[in-house]
Design a protein around this ligand. Structure first.
Ligand code: ADP
Length: 401
């Protein structure tokens, strides 16, 4: 089965074409990204086993982007399909599934309508996801299209973990609550962690740390998400590339008054100018901060804050899980930064977390990085959200026929 996995952002389309025999036997036959959709300098970067190319040309919208992707898959030097008819199903990453979707679903008219209804909750993310779905329905007609939601894995959060302490009527009126994100990633690394540990997921207490440009930690009890650091939006929780994470909400009103800013302007500051970028004043990329740290106080401070806040979340989740069997690091920073992993774990020896410095040098591959005498197994596991989407799509598409 040829499954196209599509992830549409506001100005990008990322995609992978999977050839799947079953859930465990698969090959990624092509992948790529269309960037700068709707702005100047749009480009497609496409890779297949046969060839790689970069094409710069105007891409005014997501539909044109997907036309280019299909052309790259079905013609020229990178051709891996004889025609669009060889695509058997399409899996879409959808950011927000609201309270309605706690698992992946076949996209019907009714489902698409419900995804549209969630756009209010994710105004930056769901609209491009919808454009991608609509374009694929037109360009790849008559095949199952499946939606896989970032929020779905957190559908198991108990009510006391997702209700905020604001007037309850706002939950009733607007569904303001904790949703959590990165669910596909947390789910994937939790399953891999159980395999690495050689134990059933159903008996494990795990904390999964997704640390990329967005950062979220999740407490997973017996395979179910019971709490997660991102909330109503991806702004809550840990320190991120440009997002502030947890702050006193009163800061918002204080800033509006002192700086004469609108709500929109403060939102922009907290989303785009805060976090690693805001504290350091150097960059949103932790690589730059690690480089600058030896001679720059604010760079060192940034790294200290990242580690300190991460420790606080690990401690909190340790408490609610009633102990801990595995701690997982994933995504850009989690997979690549021995320094940040070490600085998060050091000082947590009393929780049974003992890092092995030699093992911790690993980058971008599955590895145990704790010592043999560590009560908690600490692991690096590269995330693979596309594979989860492909597998869910495969399962749902097969179930249909
Ligand atoms: P996204 O959330 O955009 O998918 P990624 O998971 O790719 O992001 O993570 C991107 C971030 O990972 C970068 O901003 C950078 O801070 C961090 N990163 C990537 N490689 C390294 C590295 N070798 N060392 C430290 N940080 C890294």
């Amino acid at each position: 089965m040829n499954i196209l996995v599509v992830n549409c952002g506001s100005s990008t389309v990322k995609y992978q074409l999977f050839r799947m025999e079953d859930e465990d036997r698969y090959e990624v036959v092509a992948r790529g990204i269309v960037e700068r959709i709707g702005i100047s300098g749009s480009r497609l970067e496409h890779r297949s086993a046969l060839d790689t190319f970069v094409e710069e040309r105007p891409v005014p919208n997501h539909r044109v982007a997907l036309e280019l992707v299909i052309a790259a898959l079905t013609s020229g030097k990178t051709q891996v399909l004889s025609g669009v008819g060889e695509i058997d199903a399409v899996g879409h990453r959808v950011v927000h599934g609201g309270e309605k979707f706690t698992g992946s679903v076949l996209i019907t008219d009714e489902v698409l309508e419900a995804i549209r209804a969630c756009a209010d909750l994710a105004p930056l993310h769901n609209p491009p996801n919808i454009l991608g779905i609509e374009a694929c329905q037109e360009l790849i007609p008559g095949v199952p299209q499946v939606a896989v939601f970032d929020t779905a894995f957190h559908g198991t959060l108990p009510e006391y973990a997702y209700i905020y302490a604001i007037p309850y009527e706002y939950y009733e009126k607007y569904r303001i609550r904790r949703y959590g994100f990165h669910g596909t990633s947390h789910r994937y690394v939790a399953e891999r962690a159980a395999k690495m540990m050689g134990r059933p997921l159903e008996e494990l207490r795990l904390i999964t740390c997704h640390m990329g440009s967005g950062v979220s930690f999740t407490a997973i009890l017996h395979g179910k998400s019971i709490d997660t650091s991102m909330g109503f939006t991806p702004l809550e929780g840990l320190v991120m590339g440009t997002r502030c994470g947890d702050i006193d909400p009163a800061i918002v009103f204080f800033l509006m008054e002192k700086e004469g800013l609108s709500a929109k302007e403060v939102e922009e500051i907290l989303n785009k100018k805060s976090g690693v970028l805001g504290i350091s004043g150097i960059s949103s990329d932790t690589r730059d901060i690690e480089d600058a740290a030896p001679h720059n106080h604010r760079a060192r401070l940034t790294l200290d804050i990242i580690a300190y806040r991460a420790k606080k979340y690990i401690g909190a989740y340790y408490a609610i899980l009633g102990g801990l069997d595995g701690l997982v690091f994933t995504a850009g920073i989690g997979e690549n930064s021995p320094y940040i992993r070490k600085s998060i774990c050091s000082g947590l020896e009393h929780l049974g977390i003992l890092i092995d410095d030699e093992r911790n040098t690993v980058r971008r591959k599955e590895a145990l990085i704790s010592r043999d005498d560590s009560r908690v197994q600490v692991m690096v596991i590269p995330t693979n959200e596309e594979l989860v989407i492909a597998r869910d799509t495969w399962r749902i598409a097969r179930g249909m026929g």
